[in-house]
Design a protein around this ligand. Structure first.
Ligand SMILES: *Cc1c(COP(=O)(O)O)cnc(C)c1O
Length: 390
């Protein structure tokens, strides 16, 4: 019988060393020794398997990759130093001058900068599509279109992309389907089931889950990962063994943490919906989310992030944020500690006002990454801060 998610996340591990340790050791080494001159030759020629140099592979990175591949239900993967290294490698390692990229309009701020400012330097053209109008995507496909890149749920709009629809469209048109699965994690959603060829992650967020380390993951179909591995080995986005060790340990508790993140987020979203200064709350598993049915179809639970709008705008948002006593004011998400963010003035400030509004980032939009504190304490903090607006 195939083992369950919780078990695979805990019991997949590197081979034990001769010391028979229970917890996996940390392999802090930049290089590895060869048994003989011939062995060195064979390793470099690809005629023998084994570690050579930690820019190529390392037992801690390998363990992390083996685990995430089982959880995402894909063939192979690469671990990188940050989420952006994973996103960039997945694009630059496969696209070339003259290619065209299709992308969902709601994407992470730095990903937007790569697509808008960097890819055109290498003559790679990008078209943004409206994530909420799948029927319109087809019209943007050209014969040069090579890949469709998207996030679901999107940051910070929490819009969903229909994975089944997108997977079919990519298959019919021979596009590489590349999904940033950072918000959901493989515990809540596995895009490969819907035909995703690549699934990338910022492991910095829920996968670490404790706000300690940066990390990224690229997983997917064997032949694509082979091509990306060539690119990554020689351009050097490698993860450090220490961060890989942390992230592999973090995956062991992902399911229990996500269960609590999701329960707290749903309860807090329901509470915020009752507050008079709030125009609307968006959370995939709230009945009021416009894509609630799709959320239930492709996600196991709603995730750990919610957003809401204060129609009074920027000043109201700032007043609310400054009155919070416990919830941290920061730009990160996916931490044990709840974090409040004002996207319009921080994470998405580089976008034009028009671009922001087109993806639902109003001046009064507030994002909360709901942590693992007791729900009553979270509700109390939000309640007392909202009193300031009455
Ligand atoms: C944070 C984030 C990234 C970037 O990851 P880093 O680890 O900060 O480099 C990419 N995509 C999404 C959806 C994110 O939230």
């Amino acid at each position: 019988m195939k083992k369950h998610f919780e078990t695979l996340a805990i019991r997949t591990q590197a081979d034990r060393s001769p010391h028979r340790e229970h917890s996996v050791p940390l392999y802090l080494t930049s290089s590895f020794v060869f048994d003989s001159a011939e062995h060195g030759h064979d390793l470099f020629a690809g005629e023998a398997e084994g570690n050579v140099y930690s820019r190529y592979s390392n037992p801690n990175a390998d363990e992390l990759i083996k685990k995430i591949c089982l959880l995402e239900m894909v063939d192979d993967g690469i671990a990188t130093a940050s989420g952006m290294a994973a996103v960039f490698t997945s694009l630059a390692g496969l696209l070339k001058s003259g290619d065209h990229l299709l992308a969902g309009r709601s994407i992470f701020g730095s990903t937007h900068q790569i697509l808008t400012e960097l890819l055109p330097r290498w003559n790679i053209d990008v078209t943004y599509v409206d994530v909420l109008d799948p029927e319109s995507w087809k019209a943007s496909i050209r014969k040069e279109t090579k890949m469709f890149f998207m996030e679901t749920p999107s940051n910070p709009g929490l819009d969903l992309i229909d994975l089944e629809f997108a997977g079919k469209l990519c298959k019919e048109n021979g596009l590489i389907f590349n999904v940033d699965n950072c918000f959901a994690t493989p515990y809540l959603q596995t895009p490969a089931e819907y035909g995703a060829d690549l699934v990338v992650h910022s492991a910095t967020k829920f996968i670490d889950g404790q706000g300690r380390t940066l990390g990224g993951l690229i997983t997917g179909r064997q032949e694509l990962i082979e091509e990306l591995r060539f690119f990554a080995r020689h351009t050097g986005p490698a993860i450090s063994p220490f961060n890989a060790w942390i992230l592999s340990k973090s995956l062991e508790t992902l399911s229990v943490r996500m269960d609590r993140h999701c329960r707290n987020a749903l309860d807090l979203a329901r509470f915020i919906e009752t507050l008079p200064p709030v125009e609307w709350v968006k959370y995939p598993f709230l009945e009021s989310h416009p894509q609630h049915e799709l959320a239930k179809k492709q996600m196991k639970q709603g995730g750990g992030v919610l957003v809401f709008n204060l129609p009074e705008g920027m000043n109201a948002a700032r007043a609310f944020i400054d009155r919070l006593q416990m919830i941290s004011l920061s730009s990160n998400l996916g931490d044990t500690r709840s974090i409040v963010t004002h996207p319009a003035s921080t994470t998405h400030s580089k976008l034009t006002e028009e671009d922001r509004l087109s993806v639902g980032i109003t001046p009064g939009l507030i994002r909360i990454s709901v942590g693992l504190e007791h729900i009553d304490d979270l509700i109390e903090d939000v309640r007392q801060a909202m009193d300031a607006l009455l």
